[in-house]
Design a protein around this ligand. Structure first.
Ligand code: GLU
Length: 414
């Protein structure tokens, strides 16, 4: 059975509450979303019929600033997944010290089966319901699983129409032509790469000789593969997506695999590779395993079979707390999601700063600032984990939760 993502998020918070000996009322505020919105979205489909979709937005905590977080389009979306993702956004923004709270949105739909027109109408319908509670100073959405810059463009346009003026700062991850930032597209992977680089330094692992597995081949996964090979010279030996995996001990060409996926709809059957199951790919004996898909990839069932040195959590919530325990005992170096995949929201923050100031940065500047930000966060997390003798996830949570509590206290909430 798949674990409820919000239960996972609460369990993770409970561990830090115990470690920091939080007062029950403080723990209780942090354990619940501040605001939840749930709505129906009637959309005219191409066949002329109206279909009703369910949409959500959860604004988890805004003590440190306006809430921030992506919108996911997924057939298995639930309010609890959105809650969990909103909580993780809160900790993520705090651990990398950007001035935001956390939020997340979602629509239950299967974008793979929808036309462009249907997706546009659905995206606009979502903003029509939400526009009073989002805004550059309130809550700033962005892309997540199965949403992209085009969808952000429609959403920003709908919001701007309702407001009566152009409002690029309401949403990030936009196309460049309407106020997107250079470097946003591959920011999640690039940020993850910086954490892997720092981990390798600490573990004295030579990245040019490292073997890597990529689970999930969407935006983050495919950039993770291409950039790891390009910048470090590491060997990508296996790649998977929701339909299955491919393996070649001599290494894969990530760009060619991506083109194959674009044409055929999946990485499977890429020439010159062996088939590998989605279970077996996680258990390969490699140096770096990158879960880049959804929650619950590494659980108590498979954690004991994982043989990698480093797990770079590019996805949100890929590891359950039970699996975490097993991995800690095995001394697997897990770079937790709220640190590892924070590059996306860090460059979203840069995009928002650029939108609000009307001055746009060069790509080099974006990448350098991202590196500085993530490397600092990584160093802080590693230091706390060494000093307190806890794993990196708990260390990251300690830093994040302490920052959120500090903001709540100074505001007089607690
Ligand atoms: N969806 C991404 C995440 O989970 C990015 C969020 C954002 O840029 O606001 O971190």
């Amino acid at each position: 059975m798949k674990k409820n993502a919000f239960e996972v998020a609460c369990q993770q918070l409970d561990l830090v509450a115990k470690e920091l000996k939080l007062k029950p009322e403080v723990h209780s505020i942090l354990r619940q979303p501040m605001r939840e919105l749930r709505f129906t979205l009637p959309v005219r489909m191409d066949n002329g019929k109206v279909k009703i979709f369910q949409g959500f937005r959860v604004q988890y905590n805004d003590a440190r600033g306006p809430t921030k977080g992506g919108i996911r389009f997924h057939p298995e979306e639930t309010i609890d997944t959105v809650r969990a993702l909103a909580a993780w956004m809160t900790w993520k923004c705090a651990v990398v010290d950007i001035p935001y709270g956390g939020a997340k949105g979602g629509i239950i739909c299967n974008p793979k089966e929808m036309s462009k027109g249907e997706l546009e109408r659905l995206s606009r319908a979502y903003i029509d319901k939400l526009y009073l509670t989002i805004g550059s100073e309130k809550d700033i959405p962005a892309p997540d699983v199965y949403t992209n810059p085009q969808i952000m463009a429609w959403m920003m346009d709908e919001y701007s129409k309702l407001k009566g003026y152009n409002s690029p700062g309401v949403i990030t991850g936009k196309p460049l032509s309407i106020g997107g930032s250079l470097g946003r597209e591959d920011a999640t992977a690039r940020g993850a790469l910086f954490t892997v680089r720092e981990a390798a330094k600490y573990l004295k692992l030579d990245l040019s000789k490292a073997t890597v597995v990529i689970q999930g081949y969407g935006n983050a996964g495919s950039f993770m593969a291409t950039l790891t090979k390009k910048l470090f010279g590491s060997k990508i030996v296996a790649i998977s997506d929701s339909k299955g995996g491919i393996y070649n001990s001599k290494g894969l060409d990530p760009q060619a695999v991506l083109e194959h996926k674009k044409k055929s709809g999946s990485v499977i059957d890429f020439p010159g590779t062996k088939k590998i199951s989605n279970k077996a790919i996680l258990e390969l004996k490699v140096d770096i395993l990158c879960p880049c898909a959804l929650e619950n990839a590494i659980t108590e069932e498979n954690a004991k079979d994982i043989q990698t040195k480093i797990i770079a959590e590019v996805a949100n919530g890929p590891t359950t707390p039970e699996a975490d325990k097993i991995l800690s005992q095995k001394k697997t170096f897990v770079i937790p999601d709220i640190l590892c995949n924070s590059g996306g929201v860090v460059v979203s923050y840069f995009e928002w700063v650029q939108n609000n100031s009307g001055y746009y940065w060069k790509e080099k500047e974006v990448c350098e600032r991202l590196d500085e930000n993530i490397t600092n966060a990584f160093t802080n997390v590693l230091d706390v984990s060494i000093v307190r003798k806890v794993n990196l996830r708990l260390a990251a949570y300690i830093i994040a939760v302490e920052r959120v509590i500090k903001a709540m206290r100074i505001r007089g909430w607690i």
